[in-house]
Structure formats: C-alpha cells, structure tokens
Design a binder for this molecule. Structure first.
Ligand code: FES
Length: 126
C-alpha cells in the first residue's frame, strides 16, 4: 500500500532533524495483568495521561504536585528516564510496596524518549 505524503514527510523530517513526530506510546499494566497501550501526550505527565485515558489504579490526589504518592508506579526499562530527585524520593517513602523500580507517575513527563515504556500499577495506592 502506498504511503501518504504526510507519512513520507514525517519520515524525512525525523531523519534530518533527529526527532520523532508521532506521539510516544506507553503501556500501563494493571496489577491483574490488564494492559492499556495508549498514546502519551507530549508535555503531560504519566499520571495525567493515565487519568485522561481512564487507566484504573492511579489516583493522583494532589494533582501532580508531588505531595501525595497516590500515583505510585513501577517503571520497566526506566534507565531512559531522568532519575528520582530529592523531593520525589521523599514522597516515595510514603508509598506502599516500594521497590527499586518505583516512581511517581506525576514526575515523569511524556516525551518522545518514552516510546515503548511499560508502567506497572501496584495493587493499591494506600
Ligand atoms: S499525583 Fe500526588 S504525588 Fe503524584
């Protein structure tokens, strides 16, 4: 099937400017194994993306101001996202069932490098 001119232009622009023009796709995995493969909005954090797309298990009580830990998730392949900063580390101490992959979804902003990221949701937030 022939590719559209728009599709071909995106490929050429991506090659020349080293950017990805399609929105990154991420996969949220509920504790029961249900998968939600969705488009992450560039500029929105993963908590907002989950709530907008109605992914269950992420609450986001504080609206993303790193003050509640109800957006706790486990990130697979997380070395490609910025590390936990001091404020996030302090708030993660309030989360339940924290492990080495734990992050607060509100502190991870959607951008093209997130494409293919898998985010596991814990069995409970509190
Ligand atoms: S939404 Fe409250 S810490 Fe992430």
């Amino acid at each position: 099937m022939a590719r559209s001119i728009t599709s071909l232009l995106k490929v050429e622009i991506s090659r020349h400017f080293d950017v990805q023009l399609n929105m990154p796709r991420v996969k949220f995995l509920e504790h029961n194994g249900t998968a939600h493969e969705i488009e992450a909005r560039a500029g929105a954090n993963l908590m907002q993306t989950a709530l907008i797309q109605k992914v269950p298990g992420i609450i986001g009580d504080c609206g993303g101001s790193c003050a509640c830990a109800t957006c706790h998730v486990y990130i697979e392949d997380g070395e490609r996202i910025p590390p936990v900063d001091e404020l996030e580390a302090q708030m993660l101490e309030q989360a339940i069932d924290v492990n080495n992959n734990s992050r607060l979804a509100c502190q991870i902003v959607g951008k093209y490098g997130l494409d293919g990221l898998t985010i596991r949701i814990p069995s409970r937030q509190f």
